[in-house]
Design a binder for this molecule. Structure first.
Ligand code: ASP
Length: 587
């Protein structure tokens, strides 16, 4: 070992010990007679002290030649500090240097390597290895490490076996675009990188593994957002001879343990909500239920409190829904305009926002006074369960659209009213997802989760009758604070039902065989009933770390164009490599 201690270790009890430390120079303060150096490593910072006249000359000279991030080694005696620093665990002591040597000089780093840095995103990503020296970034990765250990320990205790599945495979069915890899030995043919190990974990169930897990890289060639990366990590799990309820309970246990051991938080109730309920009352399949503000309906298939008053906008809509912003009746015109602009942004796309102020004095004022009498509006107020002082915000349209738009407004109001406390956690399941969703564009049905998801037995008849929109699946998502952290399903394990599902999704027999023949074959050799789920590991880490961006929790992430700017990838390959692969590019 080149050192006796690390830089986070020395305390008052070590005073008078002779120690050797190594690390990076965080900063040097030269006050003429005295020089102080902050020496940093992964474990912390220790202050070094050199004194003109007392410290050997060579050491003083070397100290004066140091720059930021030089790698040095020092030997000296631990002494009690005159002025202590209670912000540092090592703040009671400093090391009086007797020997100092430079192990490696360093160029001036392109940004400050401190908790608060002056480096922008791009430069930090280009020099990510320097960014990783910073405390907050390192803490994120330590959290990730601990999370992985907790996951392994919980699942191991529950009898799960970690099995690695291949990375060079063929197209998987999670519904995104595949990344592909050309095969040199099989010219003209390609591997696909797994969007998830879905089919493999099902095959492991056929093999009798019973309980499988893997912390595994998955690859999806999708457009990127803050919470997406082309390669990301899942905690992927599968179990045999279980029902949905067994899976929900098993993974509630995992999440409880993670909260308990990593954050010291006891998670109370983990509630369940159907997809239908979530859409109707929150306009989202991942509602943030840390606060209420559920939707009420003014017009839908069940109620109509808006028609016959000659308000053409509502008359033309099949759905009128609203939220009650408690205590917001006093919002100024400007504030209401801001909300209107918010819902009219292209990403949300509402045409406008209707409001009703239920003033503290009981009077009512609305943007549709011309059409609706006070009596009419009182009915709305009743439907909204509003009290004097509240503000009703209302959107309209057709289908799910106004609800999805209102979901955005609800979350915005939740933020504005401080109802989304990042230190408060609510965990719940959304269950009974539809099995299929219809694409207007392509005029065909898609699997909402993936084609191996089992319909609810009582809904299988709709598969035969063609009432496809009505089929509910044994599929579930776990939602924490409005973020979908994981999801899965009970699988189809009967060959015939699986064949019917492929047919419904528009696969010809041949296509189904070509793509998933191996799974259909396996189902003929005794497939047990099984099901599972996968958690987005990066997302779980960012949630625990209190950040919106998963990138902060990935050691070497890609930017929004899918580039690794540090290693400069993707990049072209040389002609020889292309020749070997029998590939011609046309860009
Ligand atoms: N493979 C699924 C996914 O990646 C998860 C599952 O169904 O277990 O979303």
């Amino acid at each position: 070992m080149l050192r006796t201690h690390n830089n986070g270790e020395l305390r008052i009890a070590n005073v008078n010990e002779i120690v050797t430390l190594c690390g990076w120079v965080q900063r040097t303060r030269d006050k003429g007679g005295m020089i102080w150096i902050d020496l940093r490593d992964r474990y912390g910072i220790t202050q070094l002290m050199l004194e003109e006249g007392k410290t050997p000359k060579e050491a003083i000279e070397t100290a004066r030649s140091l720059g930021r991030e030089f790698v040095i080694s020092v030997t000296g005696t631990v002494v009690e500090r005159l002025s202590k620093n209670d912000k540092l665990p090592t703040g009671d002591i400093e090391v009086k240097v007797t020997e100092l040597s430079i192990l490696n000089p360093a160029k001036l780093p392109p940004f400050l390597i401190e908790d608060e840095t002056d480096g922008g995103d791009d430069i930090r990503m280009k020099y990510r290895y320097l960014d990783l020296r910073r405390n907050p970034v390192r803490q994120n990765l330590i959290l990730r490490h601990k999370m992985a250990q907790e996951v392994r320990s919980y699942l191991d205790k529950q009898g799960f076996i970690e099995v690695e599945t291949p990375v060079l495979i063929k197209s998987t069915p999670e519904g995104a675009r595949d990344f592909v890899v050309p095969s040199r030995m099989n010219p003209g043919e390609f591997y696909a990188l797994p969007q998830s190990p879905q089919t493999f974990k099902q095959l492991l169930m056929v093999s009798g593994f019973d309980r499988y897990f893997q912390i595994v890289k998955c690859f999806r060639d999708e457009d990127l957002r803050a919470d997406r990366q082309p390669e990301f990590t899942q905690i992927d799990c599968e179990m045999s001879f279980i029902e949905q309820e067994d899976i929900l309970q098993m993974f509630e246990g995992l999440v409880r343990q993670l909260f308990q051991n990593l954050k010291g938080i006891e998670i109370n109730e983990i509630s369940r909500m159907t997809y239908a309920h979530a859409m109707k009352y929150y306009g989202s399949d991942k509602p943030d239920i840390r606060f209420g503000m559920e939707f009420y309906e003014l017009k839908s298939e069940e109620v109509d409190l808006t028609s016959d008053k000659n308000f053409p906008v509502f008359d033309a809509a099949s759905v009128v829904v609203g939220i009650n912003a408690k205590g917001c009746a006093e919002y100024t015109r400007k504030q209401v305009d801001e909300l209107t602009d918010f819902v009219k942004r292209p990403q949300i796309g509402a045409k406008g926002l209707i409001y009703v102020r239920y003033n503290a004095d009981g009077s009512i004022k609305s943007s549709v006074d011309k059409f609706y009498s006070e009596e009419d509006l009182k009915k709305w107020i009743e439907a909204a369960n509003a009290q004097p002082g509240d503000l009703l915000l209302i959107l309209c349209g057709d289908g799910d659209k106004p609800r999805k738009q209102l979901n955005e407004l609800r979350l915005e109001m939740g933020n504005r009213l401080g109802l989304r406390n990042p230190n408060e956690y609510s965990v719940h399941w959304v269950v009974d997802f539809p099995l299929l969703e219809h694409s207007e564009e392509e005029n065909r049905w898609f699997a909402m989760h993936h084609p191996f998801t089992s319909p609810k037995p009582e809904d299988i008849e709709f598969l035969k009758s063609g009432d496809l929109g009505k089929i509910r699946a044994n599929a579930y998502d776990m939602v924490i604070n409005g973020v979908e952290v994981g999801g899965g399903s009970i699988r189809i394990f009967q060959k015939d039902l699986q064949a019917k599902m492929f047919e419904t999704l528009g696969f010809s027999d041949e296509e189904a065989k070509h793509q998933f023949g191996f799974l259909m074959d396996a189902f003929e050799y005794g497939a047990p009933p099984h099901g599972g789920l996968a958690f987005g590991f990066d997302r779980l880490c960012s949630l625990f770390g209190g950040s919106d961006s998963i990138r902060d929790f990935i050691a070497f992430p890609k930017n929004n164009s899918g580039r690794d700017v540090m290693i400069d990838s993707p990049s072209t390959i040389d002609a020889k490599q292309l020749d070997e692969l029998k590939i011609k590019t046309i860009v």
